[in-house]
Design a protein around this ligand. Structure first.
Ligand SMILES: [Zn+2]
Length: 237
């Protein structure tokens, strides 16, 4: 029994190493995914800005067209002013010319504001592009690092999986089954030490009688609270 418990303890150590390797691999993958998400964000912002620039530009062109139309109107009305017959007609042409001039002045003011907005959007778009390019560079570096790391981690994992297989063979089948089941249900930890009568898995006290049994190391004893396989760990000095 003592031997079996020793095997299980070793198996637990191996399994913890495996899960550590797996979380390192997952962290590397998550890092790359986060970088890619940042790049996508910059792309989305740049696309929004490009659309905004286009619609502002469209409005600006529209205004330009309107200004040209009114310039032609003003020229036409001014030409007619020379040959009017009545004062009423004269006043009417004068008002039309005046209105067109006022409208054009407003359009020109709006066009200036549009130009400013377009410039601001272009500056923001350039900034997004710079950020995206910087993130692309980082992604390339991180991908290379991650590939190397993954190769190393995979090799380490492969080696340790072999160790696990060898260790699993020497553990009694029923015990291995119980161990694997516990590991699955108890967050990867199936074998725990008991220090000063406290289970290190669930931090609950175990009954003194059970603790005495545990010290004898003659039977496989489970924690009454978390059900993990316990082993006695003498207190460190
Ligand atoms: Zn426990």
């Amino acid at each position: 029994m003592k031997e079996n418990l020793a095997h299980l303890k070793e198996l637990q150590t191996i399994d913890l190493q495996i899960s550590q390797l797996e979380s390192q691999m997952a962290a590397a993958a998550a890092g790359l995914a986060a970088r890619k998400a940042l790049i996508a964000e910059h792309e989305a912002k740049a696309k929004d800005l490009a659309e905004k620039i286009e619609s502002l530009e469209q409005r600006r062109l529209e205004l330009e067209g309107e200004v040209e139309t009114d310039v032609a109107r003003i020229r036409d009305r001014q030409g007619k002013l020379m040959s009017v017959q009545t004062n009423r007609e004269y006043q009417s042409l004068l008002k039309e010319t005046d209105d067109a001039k006022k409208a054009n002045k407003q359009r020109e003011e709006e066009a200036i504001q549009l130009m400013e907005q377009i410039e601001a959007c272009k500056a923001k778009a350039a900034e997004e592009e710079n950020l995206r390019a910087a993130d692309e560079t980082l992604l390339a570096e991180e991908t290379a690092q991650s590939e190397q790391q993954t190769t190393e981690l995979s090799a380490a994992k492969e080696k340790i999986l072999k160790q696990r297989a060898a260790k699993a063979k020497v553990v009694a089948a029923a015990m291995l089954k119980k161990y694997d089941m516990l590991r699955e249900r108890r967050n990867g930890i199936a074998v725990v030490e008991v220090v000063q009568g406290v289970c290190r898995g669930c931090h609950m006290n175990i009954p003194p009688q059970l603790f005495n049994e545990l010290r004898k190391e003659q039977a496989l004893i489970s924690c009454p609270t978390c059900n993990r396989i316990m082993f006695y760990q003498p207190e460190a000095e």
